[in-house]
Ligand binder design. Structure first.
Ligand SMILES: *Cc1c(COP(=O)(O)O)cnc(C)c1O
Length: 380
């Protein structure tokens, strides 16, 4: 079965093998050397002033960012399950929050964010997804962050990049906390979260908040290449391995380029079949289609063509399906996925099979790959 869910994503073989060694003790020079290498590579990937790794799923880093960086009131954008989660985290910690609610296909705007901030001077942090995985939606986070900082330089901008870090190059100039998670674009098993922090964020953290997720304790220890509590040693070994693997295959720039090109080819191929792309601003992390027969298409993909794609959650259950684009995906696998969708539509009597999906996918993907001049939109 081909795993094409937008998290968890497949773990490359070299990474699985790297993680197969005997368990290392975390307080040893041997592990600290691995930690130092993984940490150095993370600085390149995250492009932030500071970086910490946390033994938790991505939500743990969301919680750590909110509790350590928001002191008075949180502004969060809820255009899906993950944006909603930021508000729920604030409420769980007794922090008031203002929430901007959108349909799951609609990105936030700079104007509405500025309006919300101007209306309430207690707001001291904004939390938003770069890629909101609930509907495969891309929020214009970099523009929003720049506008927020121009108005209120002391405001903290928390960006959930769990399905964006490793997908595309993110301009972190105005971002104070950038969150990544192991089981999505980083192609690792679940259990490791990463937080990139600006110098301003480190300053605001001060002596930190909470206990396990006290970021001051982690920053202090991780600068010494160790962790406050037992490190998830196997996952950190895996992290070093995947970052090496990405380098070996041409570097992050090539990964971003391939991902952009593949996401575009997949969307064009499915649209050529008459399918509809759900988000008004599609993220590159996944291809999201809304369709009355989403369930039927998904189950045919699984039963007849060996492809596992994700459905929707909550009110989008049975109404959308989501095809992963994150990671080092082989072109022939994605080509099979779009072909399988076309076959499923034929089985459902929706359209005669004529190879349109594969043709459009090939044309879109290989046209720019073969051209000597890279498309600046794809390979920024
Ligand atoms: C998956 C995901 C999360 C939550 O991560 P967990 O690892 O399940 O805790 C948060 N934000 C986004 C955008 C995600 O895709």
């Amino acid at each position: 079965m081909l795993l094409f869910t937008p998290g968890p994503t497949p773990v490359p073989e070299s990474v699985r093998l790297a993680m197969a060694g005997p368990t290392l003790h975390h307080r040893t020079p041997e592990f600290e050397a691995i930690f130092a290498e993984a940490r150095a590579k993370l600085f390149d990937l995250m492009a932030t002033d500071e970086v910490v790794m946390l033994a938790s799923s991505g939500t743990g880093a969301m919680e750590a960012a909110v509790t350590n960086l928001c002191r008075r009131k949180l502004l969060n954008v809820n255009a899906g399950k993950f944006g909603q989660r930021f508000g729920l985290i604030a409420q769980a910690h007794g922090l008031p929050n203002v929430e901007i609610v959108h349909d799951w296909d609609t990105p936030a705007t700079v104007e509405e964010i500025l309006e919300a901030i101007e209306a309430d001077d207690k707001i001291d942090a904004l939390a938003i997804q770069i890629s909101e995985s609930a509907g495969g939606l891309r929020h214009p986070v970099e523009e929003i962050a720049a506008a927020v900082k121009a108005k209120r330089p002391e405001m903290m901008v928390i960006a959930d990049g769990i399905t964006a870090v490793g997908v595309e190059r993110i301009d972190t100039t105005h971002i104070d906390a950038l969150i990544a998670g192991s089981q999505k674009a980083l192609m690792l098993p679940p259990g490791l979260a990463i937080l990139g922090l600006s110098n301003a964020a480190v300053e605001k953290i001060g002596s930190g908040k909470g206990y396990y997720f006290n970021l001051a304790s982690e920053i202090k220890k991780q600068r010494q290449n160790t962790t406050a509590y037992t490190a998830p040693t196997t996952l950190i070994i895996g992290l070093r391995a995947i970052l090496e693997e990405i380098e070996k295959r041409g570097g992050a720039g090539k990964l971003y380029c391939d991902t952009a090109r593949r996401a575009k080819a997949t969307r064009f191929a499915l649209e050529a079949l008459g399918l509809h792309s759900y988000p008004k601003a599609p993220a590159r992390s996944m291809t999201t289609i809304d369709d009355a027969q989403a369930n039927e298409i998904r189950s045919l993909l699984k039963s007849d063509f060996g492809v596992n794609v994700a459905g929707g959650q909550d009110h989008l259950k049975g109404k959308i399906f989501r095809i992963n684009q994150m990671g080092l995906i082989e072109p022939h696998e994605m080509l099979w996925v779009v072909n399988a969708v076309e076959l499923a539509l034929a089985k459902l009597g929706r359209r005669a099979f004529d190879g349109t999906a594969a043709k459009v996918w090939n044309e879109t993907f290989y046209k720019t790959m073969l051209s000597k001049v890279p498309d600046p939109e794809e390979c920024a």
